[in-house]
Structure formats: C-alpha cells, structure tokens
Ligand binder design. Structure first.
Ligand SMILES: NC(=O)c1ccc[n+]([C@@H]2O[C@H](COP(=O)([O-])OP(=O)(O)OC[C@H]3O[C@@H](n4cnc5c(N)ncnc54)[C@H](OP(=O)(O)O)[C@@H]3O)[C@@H](O)[C@H]2O)c1
Length: 276
C-alpha cells in the first residue's frame, strides 16, 4: 500500500507516502525566516529506543527492528530539502569502520533518483552540504564526503587542537568554532547562518539534539514511532544530556498512520513544532 492515513490535523485523509514530507515545504518555510530553520528526525521503538548495541557489540546502531524502507524514504525526503545536513565525529568514525548507515551519498541510489531530480528542479546543488560536529576532531575524512563538490564545514570548540584544525582545513574545507569547550546550539546556528544556510537538517543523534534543544534552536522534530517494543540495555533515546530546564514543549503539527509499515505492524509518522 502506497498511502498513509493523516490523523492530524483533522479530517482524516489518505495521502501518498511518496511526497508526504516534500509536501511540508521546508525550503519555503526557511525562506520566510530571518534565522535558519533547524529540523531533526528520528525513528524510535515504542519504548523510545533509537540505538542499541550493534552486531559487533561495540557502539550503538539504529535497531534493525525499527529501521524500515518506508521511514527511510521519508528520511531522504527531509534530507533532500536541506541546505546543510548535521553529522558528527562519531558518525565519521563509524563510517570509516564500515558500520554506519549511508547518509553521505543517498541520491546515488537509483530508488531516490526522483529526489535528486527534485533538487535540480528547485535550483539546489546536487547534494546538501555537510556540517560535522566534533570536539575531538578525531575522525578520518571519507572520500564520499568530498565528492560532488559539496562544502564540508567542521564545527568544533575553542579547545580544538590547532594542528588538527589546519590539517582538516587543508583536507576537507572550513573549520569553524562554535563553543568554548562544547559546541552550543546558538553559536552553531549563528555560524551556519553566517555561511548562508537556511534549512539545517540534523541527522545526528541524542547529544546533538540536546545541544539544539538546550539553546532553543530546534524548530521542528520529526519522529517515527515504529510499533515494536525492544527493551534491553544499553540504549539511546532521542536526547541525552543534562535535564532540560525548563522542559522543551513541542506542539503536534502532523500525525500520519502508516498501516503498511513494518510488514503490516504499522508505525506513526509524527511531526512537532516548537511553539513561538
Ligand atoms: N534511530 C534514529 O533515528 C537515529 C538517528 C540518529 C542517530 N542515531 C544513533 O544514535 C547514536 C549516536 O549518534 P551520533 O553519534 O550521530 O549523535 P550524537 O550522540 O548526537 O553525537 C555524538 C558525537 O557528536 C559530537 N558532539 C556531540 N555533541 C557535541 C558538542 N556539544 N560539542 C562538540 N561535539 C559534540 C561528538 O564528536 P567527537 O566525539 O568527535 O567529539 C560525539 O561523539 C548512534 O548509534 C546512531 O546510530 C539513531
């Protein structure tokens, strides 16, 4: 079945899966604003797990019980609308070891050819640029990151090793400081705005979401709730870090039920806006 049911806003209606999040017009929303629109996306189990130990036992990976092609299509529809995608030092370390899900070259995949076309039609570069958030700067720069003429911006702290900064500048592109000992959301968004970005998509995990929420710069959260309960330790949820005080309130923007998802178990595609 190639449709989902819109549950909110009412009235309910059937909509095609393909094009569902393109219809959210992230580029159009970003164009209306003075500062960048920052949006993040996660797929989680019903018990809130976004990452569990991988097959090798070292490090956490997206649980295979919740990852699925219908959610992945929507991940791509969100990525295709970005000017820049936020990634992390941890992601590039996993990428180098061959354990990371491919997010750097998605439009080379023939099943997403229509999305590559979408960028061309909207006058955008073939691939969004990449911003890598890292305090350690301890990652190799993969060839795939530099392919296709994309700009790579590395966002780090004032404590970063100056020699490593110079190496990365020579190898990968621009290195910007966006925090004293830790990258902060406000300095990150300020730096990305200064580089001319309007739509900023976080494909990173719970620590990056925390820095965005703590600074009040996350505008929109996309959350897929896959209808499976996993249990188990250790695990990651969508946000990790100190208690957010005050708690961050989000308002439901859209809710779709995907009856056919997860081999007929179903899943919810939820989207929340930060009010105000
Ligand atoms: N299910 C899902 O939808 C979903 C989505 C995204 C990620 N995940 C999973 O979540 C797990 C963690 O993902 P992730 O590592 O990409 O995200 P993360 O936990 O948000 O980021 C971790 C890395 O980002 C850098 N970083 C984070 N906060 C920083 C700060 N304030 N200042 C400077 N650097 C900072 C650090 O790099 P350095 O160590 O280099 O300093 C750190 O290793 C993975 O298992 C991933 O598969 C799941």
């Amino acid at each position: 079945m190639n449709t989902v049911t819109q549950l909110y806003p009412l009235p309910p209606q059937e909509l095609p899966l393909h094009g569902l999040y393109l219809g959210h017009d992230v580029q159009g929303l970003a164009a209306e604003r003075e500062r960048p629109l920052v949006y993040a996306n996660f797929v989680a189990s019903l018990d809130g797990r976004i990452a569990v130990p991988g097959p090798t036992g070292s490090g956490l990976v997206v649980p295979k019980q919740v990852a699925n092609s219908r959610d992945w299509r929507l991940f791509q529809e969100l990525a295709v609308q970005a000017d820049v995608v936020l990634s992390s030092g941890r992601y590039l370390r996993d990428y180098a070891s061959g354990h990371a899900q491919e997010i750097l070259r998605v439009y080379d995949d023939p099943q997403f050819a229509d999305l590559a076309q979408w960028r061309v039609q909207h006058g955008l570069s073939p691939q969004p640029d990449i911003a890598v958030i890292s305090a350690s700067l301890d990652f190799p720069v993969p060839e795939a990151l530099l392919a296709g003429g994309r700009r790579v911006v590395i966002c780090t702290t004032e404590q970063a090793d100056p020699r490593r900064v110079r190496e990365l500048e020579a190898q990968a592109g621009q290195v910007v400081t966006a925090g004293e000992t830790s990258v902060t959301g406000d300095r990150l968004v300020q730096a990305l705005a200064g580089l001319g970005y309007g739509a900023v998509y976080s494909a990173s995990g719970p620590k990056v979401l925390h820095l965005l929420l703590a600074a009040g710069v996350l505008d929109r959260l996309y959350l897929t709730l896959a209808n499976r309960v996993l249990g188990g330790d250790p695990f990651s949820s969508i946000v990790e870090g100190p208690l957010l005080a005050p708690a961050v309130g989000m308002r439901l923007h859209t809710a779709y039920h995907d009856d056919a998802g997860l081999d007929g178990l179903g899943q919810l595609f939820l989207c929340y806006n930060q009010p105000g």
